[in-house]
Design a protein around this ligand. Sequence first.
Ligand code: NAG
Ligand code: NAG
Ligand code: NAG
Length: 635
Amino acid sequence: MREKLVVLACVWFVLYGSCLGRFVVEKNSLKVTSPDSLKDVYECAIGNFGVPEYGGTMVGSVYYPKSNQKACKSFEDVDVSLKKKPGGIPIFLLADRGECYFTLKAWNAQNGGAAAILVADDRVEPLITMDNPEEEDARADYLQNITIPSALITKELGDKIKKELSKGGMVNINLDWTEALPHPDERVEYELWTNSNDECGPKCDRQLDFIRSFKGAAQILEQKGYTQFAPHYITWYCPEAFTLSKQCKSQCINHGRYCAPDPEEDFSKGYDGKDVVVQNLRQACFFKVANESGKPWQWWDYVTDFSIRCPMKEKKYTKECADQVIKSLGVDIKKIDECIGDTEADVDNPILKAEQESQIGKGSRGDVTILPTLVVNNRQYRGKLDKGAVLKAICAGFEETTEPDICLSRDMQTNECLENNGGCWQDKAANITACRDTFRGRVCECPIVQGVKFSGDGYTHCEASGALRCEINNGGCWKGTKDGRTYSACIDDHTKGCKCPPGFKGDGVNSCEDIDECKDKLACQCPECKCKNTWGSYECSCSGNLLYMHEHDTCISKATSTEYSWSFVWVIILGLAVSGVAGYALYKYRIRRYMDSEIRAIMAQYMPLDNQGEEPDHMHHVQGPHVQGPHVHNV
Ligand SMILES: *[C@@H]1O[C@H](CO)[C@@H](O)[C@H](O)[C@H]1NC(C)=O
Ligand SMILES: *[C@@H]1O[C@H](CO)[C@@H](O)[C@H](O)[C@H]1NC(C)=O
Ligand SMILES: *[C@@H]1O[C@H](CO)[C@@H](O)[C@H](O)[C@H]1NC(C)=O
């Protein structure tokens, strides 16, 4: 019951602007890099417009104007330009809260040439989310054109910065969005909290524009398994005492269980709230059926086609029109009708029930109170709903190096490996580098080239390791050929390093030099021996009827040589006998071990298992305290 009340309260928020739920303000970090007295990391709240640089950072110098400090007027006719001078540092405009919409301040800052806007709160309070104006006030056709990032800072920090600036100091800031979204693994989960209503003015238009423009990217990401998307729909329910009222009947289905506000806020004309609920339910069911058939991305086609073919304006916002769209997409209408069920019946609908339950924020997400809302990796996205901006946020949700190619394209980010090889190790001659461009920057990671793994710190050195390592660039080792013979300092069974082969000396990397065994008196020194050096080896011959024994570096008569061989044979026979006995002993031992485990397994069937009987501990999640009061404002 408590849960239901929160849902209801949040609906009133959507309608009337107040909510008792848990609203999470999405923050990023703001680092003051100078002056020393202010050096620290501060929190700031990402505004719900403009383009936050998810996954990136931005450096700038703060400018606080002498007049127009609330930035409600244009900066264009003021002498001082906020534009970055060539070679200069970008300007972050500091503006005071109040008097006009946050969005207007950002628009003025952008037109003045600022790279970002910092709004200083005018009262001491926890950070809030700066939002767009409500639809009635959305004359503002500039909203979609705001591209600079915005951040709200506390009054305290604002005052400190102003004080420093008034002393003639310079305040430099690094805005950092790299950790604004969790990025735990190679798949991004995201949700769009949306609505099939297409008659709510600019807000609905922007939502549809977004869905249409983002469709292509969304479908590719989903098909390739990079993302898992789910659409969501907000509904509310009628308090029991009112289920029979005219309002509830026109706005709700399933006896007051699931309601939506009337599109025109007029019960007597046009479509009713319950028509919207039914179409929302149809979209949710479409997603469920498409997902079950392994093609969740068809939802984007359905919603786009439905908005084009079945708009309210043309009075086509109906089941018949929806069914035509479903049919043309080849999805089973019967399954969708089954999922929708009887909307007049006094029963729960499992889909909408689950939707109501998921409206309540879990973990880092907080309650969804603004429509439309995008949630990426269980965090609410802030910024404008625009293809490029949203793609940036999704790209920031991948674990580094697992991003899809679309995130690494030139217009999404810069390739940090192009400059100075990103400061990573490289072997220019062999065209091998440890630099890997990523969405957030770059990583220095020893590569795998043609199946050969390189290992090392990635910054100063990497070397090939494992089998086949000599295949690539000879493992980075010396290699030489002379007189038809080739010697290499790379040895396959060494896991790393280079070593000059026998007969050579040197570091094995740059050079190995032939050792003159004869001159250095290393071999072939017996009185009967005659020594001749060759590249990589030597030749030794014995005078008279003697034979040169290489391993003993001596000349022997042929007779000794035979005797020697015989003793060698005896050693081998003895060796074989010893290993035979040892092998038999091992065999006996293993038979016994096998019998033991067999008997143990049989006995275990009659013994109780000792890890049973523990209670699962799933019911003891502690809920954090709910933050009170509204946390979204537009002025
Ligand atoms: C916003 O951008 C669009 C397209 O780039 C342009 O047509 C429109 O005039 C701009 N609006 C404003 C208020 O600058
Ligand atoms: C979609 O289907 C997949 C696999 O069939 C499942 O893991 C996932 O939870 C489904 N998504 C939703 C939102 O039901
Ligand atoms: C180095 O390798 C990259 C990709 O592996 C290739 O695009 C580039 O052309 C190569 N450069 C040279 C000089 O071989």
